[in-house]
Design a binder for this molecule. Sequence first.
Ligand code: NAD
Length: 643
Amino acid sequence: MSDVFIRTEGHAGRITLTRAKALNALSYDMCLAIETAIDQWAKDEAVRLVILDAEGDKAFCAGGDIAQLYQTGKAGDYAYGRNFWADEYRLNAKLAEYPKPIVSFMQGFVMGGGVGLGCHVSHRIVDTNSVISMPETGIGLVPDVGGSLVLARAPGRLGEYLAATSLRLNGADAVYAGFADHLIPRDRWQDLMQALIATGDPAPLAAAADTDTQGSYPQMQHWIDRYFGGETLSDIVNSLNAPGDDTDELAFVASALKAIRRNSPLSMACAIEIIHRLRGPSADIRRALELEYRFTYRAMQHGDFLEGVRAAIIDKDRNPQWKHGLDSLPAVAVSQMLLPLGKDTLTLEEDTTMQIAFIGLGNMGAPMATNLAKAGHTVTGFDTAGTTAEGVTNAATAEDAVKTADVVITMLPNGAILRSVAAQVIPAMKPGATLIDCSTVDVESARAAAEMATAAGLQFVDGPVSGGTVGAINGTLTFMAGGSDAAFATAKPLFDIMGQKAVHCGEAGAGQAAKICNNMILGVTMIATCEAFALADKLGLDRQKMFDVVSTSSGYSWSMNAYCPAPGIGPQSPADNDYKPGFAAELMLKDLRLSQQAAEAADADTPMGQAAAALYEQFVEAENGKGMDFSAMLPRFEKRGRG
Ligand code: NAD
């Protein structure tokens, strides 16, 4: 199930995080789905603003999903984390620079990744119960997702204080620190959202704000500035170790030192350095994210991140063994973490070219793969028959083809072959990659492949096609897709190259369900078209006249108009090529059987589908139809009489 509910209502694009049980922790999938939605709405004139909210009382979003990052990093795979952070930061920048208003409603915990989502947008709403924090230094990271920019712009030295201590802000303090714009009691949020949906105008939000409630940080600001004004972490710690003698001030110092002693010294020192580099009028979200990425890129390999996550959420011993002590952190360690990354520097522009593996280069697969290669993608192919496709480099094995691929596409004869190819390639695919099956198979096989892929941490889309070999060659296929929002978002740009239309039909298997229904109609209409031509012959009606009438009358269909089964009539079709497939009769039989199998399981009455399946079965198995195009039903009817 999707963890984010995306839709439009009135003038608003709406994004609701629905993973309340996990405090709406932000997964890779959620990031990608949100990015796709806001990309679309940026161009959609009907959407005047975006509303970003979350289900549940406890949290708007309690951070990024760090368990997966830990597992991959612990296994020595740093690429997954680096890709995740880079993609998440790209989303943060888009939210900050969005051309339309975005209103975030942030109740409960708003931490780390949640700050990146909700705290850079144009209208940021909190409640008295909101709890905002950037706790990254406690797990060996630095405040990231653009949070370092908010910290650098916070009053006085509040940014250094919050980064080093990871301490929390309530709603009023979040407004004071610059993480939010308006404190508005939560019981008013629903009405405000309805008004935003109805008008598309965020201006009235300011009038609804409670400006009387004050937080506690303004009173502490003079101490914060006094103790956190140093150049480096050790300056700050030295100054905290020589406090004044006022009782309240001593309590402030003691609580700050207690918090600092819990956190990673390397992370705190780097966070302070980043904030100092960002302070000043020229800093912006891009500069902040680029600096943060220097740290996060190195955090697993050279920093305290894996140890920090281990102690906090894996072993939960809360006793991290940091790489450096508070008193023994070499300055060079900080510079090394923040050195420029050269060719790996964060770029916020999307690189849209992909590494694609294409398994099954048959009548359909070969031209589809060629179209992807022509569009600039790097395509590696594999087919057990050794077939090739223009622009595609063949690999020796399926595993070789998929191992570096971002996306693997399969175009295979049937469900059994899909299952065996999925079992073969999934273990060889890289984490986070996407498997798209475009074959026509039974819903169960699609779901089985989806389960295998999901269990291996991959995305899956079933995307069967309609449009035949001509559609595959011309890039005019229709895709019927099933899978998560994020998986569909990954597949969509590729569908747009190979086809003219892609419909997201629902969760995994929904694409195959749509395809089976479509092809049941196709099988029936092709038979009807062929038998009508045979009848027309016997009635002495000229085939061209028959086509001229029917193709513009109520008997028209794709079978008549685009794929006419009569040779020499209508557009070029397999009938003009001795009925060489095209779409083989045995594949049509396969689809009709799938439809009957599905109808049986769903207790659906499909007499026409049943009759079509029986006719194609007879044609393929008893009348030499195998290997012929499915439109070769016409010569079959020509030869037969009524009896
Ligand atoms: P095809 O038989 O021409 O191609 C299938 C290819 O898969 C073959 O080249 C075969 O060698 C290869 N293959 C089989 N097992 C393999 C394995 N284990 N590993 C790698 N490759 C393997 O069939 P097609 O016409 O290209 O159709 C492919 C799929 O698309 C089918 O599921 C079909 O129902 C569907 N489809 C076809 C059409 C059409 O008009 N041809 C239209 C819509 C959908």
